[in-house]
Design a protein around this ligand. Structure first.
Ligand code: ADP
Length: 237
């Protein structure tokens, strides 16, 4: 069974009586452990697709099975629970609370989920991205790459099946971007499924599969042949 199974999904936004067809019938199956890069020009439907995959929005028509559950039929609360338990999000702008230490930013999804042992789990997630020593730092006291690692720790803290990353390296220089991709690659090797949006070919080359969007449709879906592989070994703090 596919972890993600999107079938014939259309998304129509209605604004001032005008219809915008953001997705025109996309189908996409992602198996556990895949590392997928979504590419395509601006306005082609990538964000709309990610919002649906992330249970932040619903399709107008079509179905989305997430780990076998048809999320298009879930109510808001069940959808939020699904999002919190199964998905981790990483954004271009990190989306950390600025006046909150790194460790507490990482704890947030656990607070929402009412999980016990929050501090220990957050600590383990920060350690796993090499940022244990920065636990008490505020986001403003961290570099961009470090902030993104905190955000990845926050995405990991609920042990999600899937990480959805929207331009995760868009604000980083190329060397730091490479380090973030090394980290995502390592998570992928550990079996976490990763779907990432990028417009940079060298970032997409780190994935194992490319899905290309145009005008609300998937126009190609291929394995990456000349894949750039991460160096082995742990990520350095
Ligand atoms: P991409 O992420 O590839 O740039 P989007 O998914 O953001 O593309 O947008 C696809 C199309 O849907 C665009 O024409 C965009 O203007 C439109 N769109 C996206 N979000 C909304 C919205 N909330 N309301 C109305 N139209 C939208």
């Amino acid at each position: 069974m596919s972890l993600i199974a999107v079938r014939n999904v259309e998304k129509i936004y209605r604004m001032d009586g005008v219809e915008v067809h953001a997705l025109r019938g996309i189908s996409l199956a992602v198996e556990p452990g895949e590392f997928v890069a979504i590419m395509g020009p601006s306005g082609s439907g990538k964000s709309t697709c990610m919002n649906i995959l992330g249970c932040l929005d619903r399709p107008t028509t079509g179905t989305y099975l997430l780990d076998g559950t048809d999320v298009t039929t879930l109510g808001d609360e069940a959808l939020a629970r699904m999002r919190n338990r199964r998905l981790g999000f990483v954004f271009q702008s990190y989306n950390l609370l600025p006046r909150t230490p790194a460790i507490e930013n990482v704890e947030l999804p656990l607070v929402y989920a009412g999980t016990p042992d929050r501090r220990a789990r957050a600590r383990a997630a920060l350690d796993s991205v090499g940022l244990g020593p920065r636990a008490r730092h505020l986001p403003t006291q961290l570099s961009g790459g470090e902030q993104q690692r905190v955000a990845i720790a926050r995405a990991l803290v609920n042990s999600p099946a899937i990480i959805l990353a929207d331009e995760p390296t868009g604000n980083l220089d190329s060397s730091t971007a490479g380090e973030i991709m090394d980290l995502l690659d390592r998570l992928s090797q550990q079996g976490i499924t990763i779907v990432l949006v990028t417009h940079e070919a060298d970032i997409a080359a780190r994935a194992r599969r490319h899905v290309q969007f145009r005008d609300g449709r998937i126009v190609s879906d291929e394995p990456v042949r000349a894949r750039t592989v991460a160096p082995q070994g742990p990520v350095q703090p």
